[in-house]
Design a protein. Structure first.
Length: 655
């Protein structure tokens, strides 16, 4: 059915109130739908609960009134040309849903119930709202819980704590119980390691010797230094097998020793005897670790060069990532790391050794991943001629464009430095139908030839006129969303006082966000699709980051709604709105100022201040220990675009 305005649009007015209190409901959404459930108009109630929707066509419609915390109501109406129809609503508040949470806590090994275990219930903001203890059967119970997500934390003496996240949803029956059972592992008593380190020649104790305990995965799980009597003690070592490394400045490291300890054991490693480095010579020692995990890296080749660049000696790191060059003559040396697949930080260290002196040169390594190369060709499917200026997008599994290229005059393209992984390849060109998306997987250093993409020319498009369409419906599709910092070198420095009274230096950072959309207007007799249209907006945030730290913002659009706007019976523009989620990340986020309502932080550590009082504040600053990300939920943006600003292409919907 096609609804016509006939130059005499109708108007819908009315008032929305609470059915019980008769008080006006502010911000209620009144939306008018035609027979095929397409929205033809909407309005919001003011502070008196009143609304006005103008410019409605004649015909039969359904009108829906909606407000949060209320049950929506739908009414059928008939509109005539130039009619002003009054339609009032009295909405009923929704009844709070309640449910229950039950469970049992048992020993993971024996399945015996654990009595008197402490059970705490946290809300979705990790705030405690209730607590109880298990009975003799290990059971616990929480009643009268509203629909929400909760965290259950269980702690019992002699056991490792556990927690579960549970959701009570309105999909369940009223007062239905959700079950969350726990199987707790006993806490194993740590072992204790003792010993002594002495000079092999004088038999005197060595003060300040370093003892490392390394597990089978190469991680340091315990360390200690010797006291003035050469003694050391290391507590709380979990049962297992370990390697012991003993080093001391001016001494040659002891041979490694492998040990196995049991729960609660006290193991005396007796005495380690270290030989002194000859006083007439010097030494260079150091350690090599992974830059991101701090885990020692074994078997790394370390080369020692003299002041002429000639190789003096070479060695490899042990399981603790340590190396040493001893019996060195006084002079200048350069230590160079040679590790395949890694980049050393720093690449080399130059040291001057005096007689009897020992110096250190430590290194941190970053893995090197060779990027892949993608190449191919794009041609006209009809003429077989190359297409110049076609665009190739490489999109990762998260929907982000990681690289793009355009074809040369021979239709060829090459894209370098693609990290290993799985991607979607999209090929488009002006005047051509896009190629079907192609999924690829590339490996480190691979050169992948995608061969030839053949694009079919689009049919000649008639002049754009949405009035030619029968029952036009507008939809929008988000093609790409980007967010970046604008001019990092122009960050402004701001001094602020934190909640604890300290002063902190912050940086005002300017972000530019671009959302690329495509608009499709579809009718029963055909459709038009627009070229990608970019919408750019700007935002400022305040972060505590080093001046040279990179700031990244990720933004996704979760919903997009579009509607034709008419003036004098002619479509003149498109109104569309979208809900966006965004997060800001940096190397070190501490203090953040955000604009907007309904913003929920996900962070580690304590939040300073009362979060509740910030919930409805337009701008606020919050201090946290370490921010993982900030998410702005249900941020609605409305934009109206004139039709003459958008380039449309006709699509005939023939099968």
């Amino acid at each position: 059915m096609l609804h016509l305005l006939n130059g005499k649009p109708a108007t819908l007015i009315g008032r929305v109130v609470d059915k019980e209190t008769k008080l006006p409901i502010i911000g209620a959404l009144i939306e008018v739908f035609n027979a095929v459930d397409v929205s033809v108009g909407f309005g919001l109630t003011d502070e008196n609960g009143q609304y006005v929707i103008e410019g409605l066509p004649q015909g039969a419609f359904s009108v829906r009134a909606f407000s949060s915390d209320y049950m929506s109501e739908t009414v059928q109406i008939q509109l005539s040309p130039n009619e002003v129809l009054e339609l009032n609503f009295a909405l009923t508040k929704t009844v709070a849903f309640t449910g229950a949470l039950i469970g049992q806590v048992v020993d993971n090994l024996t399945s015996v119930p654990i009595a008197n275990a402490q059970v705490k219930l946290l809300d979705n903001k990790k705030q405690p709202i209730a607590s109880t203890t298990t009975n003799e059967a290990g059971q616990y119970f929480f009643a009268s819980l509203e629909a929400n997500t909760y965290t259950v934390v269980v702690d019992a003496d002699g056991y490792q704590p556990q927690q579960q996240s549970v959701t009570i949803a309105t999909l369940f029956e009223q007062d239905e119980a959700i079950v969350a059972n726990f199987r707790l592992d006993r806490i194993e008593l740590g072992a204790t390691i003792t010993g002594k380190v002495i000079d092999a020649d004088t038999k005197q104790p060595i003060f300040g010797a370093m003892i490392h305990v390394i597990n089978t995965e190469g991680q340091i799980v315990g360390r200690a230094t010797t006291d003035r009597l050469g003694h050391f003690t290391i507590h709380d070592i979990l049962p297992g097998t370990y390697t012991i490394f003993v080093t001391a400045t001016g001494f040659i490291p002891a041979d490694t020793q492998q040990i196995t300890v049991n729960s609660g054991e006290v193991l005396d490693l007796q005495t380690f005897e270290l030989k002194q480095i000859p006083s007439s010579t010097g030494a260079i020692t150091g350690r090599v670790v992974d830059n991101s995990t701090n885990v020692p890296i074994a078997n790394v080749r370390i080369n020692l060069l003299d002041n002429q660049g000639q190789l003096v000696s070479s060695t490899t790191t042990n399981e603790a990532g340590e190396y040493s060059f001893v019996s060195l003559k006084a002079g200048t040396y350069t230590v160079v790391v040679d590790a395949d697949g890694y980049q050393a930080i720093p690449p080399s260290v130059t040291l001057t050794i005096r007689q009897g002196e020992t110096q250190r040169a430590d290194f941190r390594l970053n893995p090197i991943e060779l990027g892949a190369t993608i190449k191919g060709k794009v041609i006209n499917a009809d003429t077989k001629q190359p297409i110049f200026g076609a665009t190739i997008h490489v999109i990762n599994t998260e929907g982000q464009i990681v690289s793009r290229a355009t074809t040369d005059r021979l239709g060829r393209f090459t894209i370098h430095d693609i990290p290993p992984g799985t991607y979607i390849i999209l090929v488009t060109a002006t005047g051509f139908i896009p190629a079907d998306p192609q999924q690829i997987t590339v490996n480190s250093g691979e050169v992948l030839d995608l061969q030839t993409f053949e694009l079919k020319p689009k049919s000649p498009a008639p002049p754009f006129n949405p009035c030619d369409l029968i029952n036009p419906v507008v939809t929008c599709n988000v093609c790409e969303v980007t967010c970046r910092e604008q001019a990092p070198d122009r960050r402004r420095t701001i001094q602020v006082q934190l909640p604890d009274g300290r002063y902190q230096t912050l940086h005002l950072i300017h972000l530019v966000k671009t959302i690329t959309v495509a608009i499709r207007i579809t009718g029963e007799n055909g459709s038009y699709i627009s070229d990608p249209y970019q919408i750019t907006s700007y935002e400022r945030i305040v972060l505590e980051v080093p001046s040279n730290a990179k700031v990244r913002c990720d933004i996704t659009v979760s919903d997009c709604f579009a509607q034709l706007i008419y003036s004098q019976n002619q479509p003149v523009s498109i109104l569309f709105s979208f809900d966006s989620n965004q997060q800001f990340l940096s190397e070190r986020d501490v203090v953040v100022t955000i604009k907007g309502k309904q913003i929920l932080p996900r962070c580690e550590g304590e939040i300073f201040g009362d979060w509740e009082k910030y919930k409805q504040v337009e701008n606020f600053t919050l201090k946290v220990a370490e921010i993982l990300d900030w998410i702005k939920t249900r941020t609605k943006k409305e934009i109206q675009i004139k039709l003459n600003q958008i380039n449309f292409t006709y699509e005939n919907n023939e099968s």
